[in-house]
Design a protein. Structure first.
Length: 290
């Protein structure tokens, strides 16, 4: 798949809302963006995601908002890709354009609210708390209706998104939107390689060769695109995997060190503390108290 502007045919019609369902063993889109606003509901599945320069995780019932032109990629946990896995991923996305909403109203206050919402969407965000639960109810009404009913529920959902306070912004304010096709293809290939190999030693030479770049050029490219050094990014992937493994209280922390790709326990503990703000033991204890 070409890692560039992802435009499914129905989206090109600016006179309609488009609802898309993805149901497959695992998400396999490349790093991409849309010419529309996107509201995404992860009905089932979990894994890693990159949204602009944000590296994080997604899980079941997440509601994610991606603004127009904001690159993103979702990759499921490795367990979904195992040959005999019975796990499935399901996600619904609602796509709409500024032009579509403006075409149904000339109310200045409504247009002003829409513009505020689109600015809020630019960096992407994840809903949390009770507002997420309310959004899920409206989301399901949108996908289960059509015509004026669907439009009415979408407007209610947009109103909720405009005023919601319980959310976490994804891409940083420094992130530059609309990267080139070549850059997106390179990043997508590197990200896939890291997710498949982070438990093994990885050198700069290896990843630079994937992009057909020198190590110096690759380091500059990666820092511009992610606002992080390659080592920082790889370390965050490894620590994110450690957080998942720590949910199993029977798995010794000394084993987790090596299962995540670290070969130095001191470096693992130091990196874990820097990224999560706590130690592996306290992190696990906190999980057990939930």
């Amino acid at each position: 798949m070409k890692a560039s502007l992802l435009v499914d045919a129905p989206i090109l019609d600016k006179k309609q809302i488009w609802v898309k369902k993805v149901h497959k063993p695992f998400f396999d889109h490349d790093y991409h963006f849309h010419q529309t606003e996107e509201i995404c509901w992860i009905q089932s599945g979990h894994g890693n995601m990159v949204v602009g320069d944000h590296l994080g995780h997604f899980e079941k019932d997440d509601v994610l908002i991606f603004g127009k032109g904001l690159p993103h990629i979702l990759r499921c946990d490795k367990s979904f890709e195992q040959r005999n896995s019975k796990k499935k991923t399901t996600a619904y996305s609602i796509y709409f354009t500024e032009e579509h909403i403006q075409s149904i109203t000339d109310d200045p206050s409504m247009i002003k609210n829409l513009q505020q919402l689109l600015r809020k969407n630019e960096r992407g965000y994840r809903l949390t708390g009770k507002e997420k639960e309310k959004a899920l109810v409206l989301f399901q009404q949108v996908i289960n209706n059509n015509g004026f009913g669907q439009l009415g529920f979408l407007l209610q959902l947009l109103e909720l998104l405009l005023h919601c306070q319980k959310h976490s912004v994804l891409a940083s304010g420094n992130y530059q939107l609309l990267p080139s096709d070549t850059d997106m293809k390179r990043f997508s290939e590197v990200y896939d390689y890291l997710l498949k190999n982070f438990q093994q030693p990885i050198s700069l030479d290896q990843v630079a060769s994937i992009c057909s770049m020198t190590t110096n050029s690759f380091c500059r490219f990666f820092k511009v695109k992610t606002q992080k050094t390659f080592v920082q990014f790889l370390t965050e992937i490894r620590i994110g995997h450690a957080c998942k493994l720590l949910q199993d209280e029977n798995l010794p922390i000394k084993n987790i060190v090596y299962d995540c790709g670290f070969n130095n326990p001191v470096l693992f503990h130091r990196s874990f503390l820097r990224i999560t703000g706590t130690t592996p033991k306290k992190f696990r204890d906190g999980l057990m108290d939930l």
